[in-house]
Ligand binder design. Structure first.
Ligand SMILES: [Ca+2]
Ligand SMILES: [Ca+2]
Length: 129
């Protein structure tokens, strides 16, 4: 793992929340580290992320999920694997592309959801993998 990241299962993870940044910058920062924004691909990985203390309380934590290229077609940025469908992947009623456009997915784990789509321009923390 790169400096600052912890190994868990077969990946390295780093939570970065200072400074908070928009999705595009978050993506670039993970690539600079030699990784990519978090791609939640298995239930085990969701369960691991869900219990991380960094997530306590509501907060934006960017993932690689986005539909910036084709609205409604979700993919993981910089990850050469499909955005597969895991039960509970999205919070109830999401993705809703609210208020004229939400094309980036952040971890949204309160009340058992997993992801919510949100404006890519919002500042948030991010999880590099
Ligand atoms: Ca969208
Ligand atoms: Ca949304």
């Amino acid at each position: 793992c790169w400096n600052g990241a912890d190994q868990e299962m077969s990946s390295c993870y780093e939570f970065v929340s200072n400074p908070k940044t928009n999705w595009m910058d978050a993506r670039a920062k993970c690539v600079e580290r030699g990784g990519h924004l978090l791609a939640l691909e298995t239930q085990e990985e969701i369960d691991f992320i869900a219990q991380c203390p960094e997530l306590s309380g509501y907060r934006i934590w960017w993932t690689a999920g986005n539909d910036r290229v084709n609205e409604g077609v979700w993919e993981w940025a910089d990850v050469d694997r499909p955005f597969s469908s895991i039960p509970g992947r999205w919070y109830d009623g999401e993705p809703n592309d609210a208020e004229g456009g939400e094309d980036c997915a952040h971890v949204y784990l309160h009340e058992g959801g997993t992801l919510n789509d949100r404006s890519c321009n919002e500042a948030g923390g991010f999880i590099c993998e």
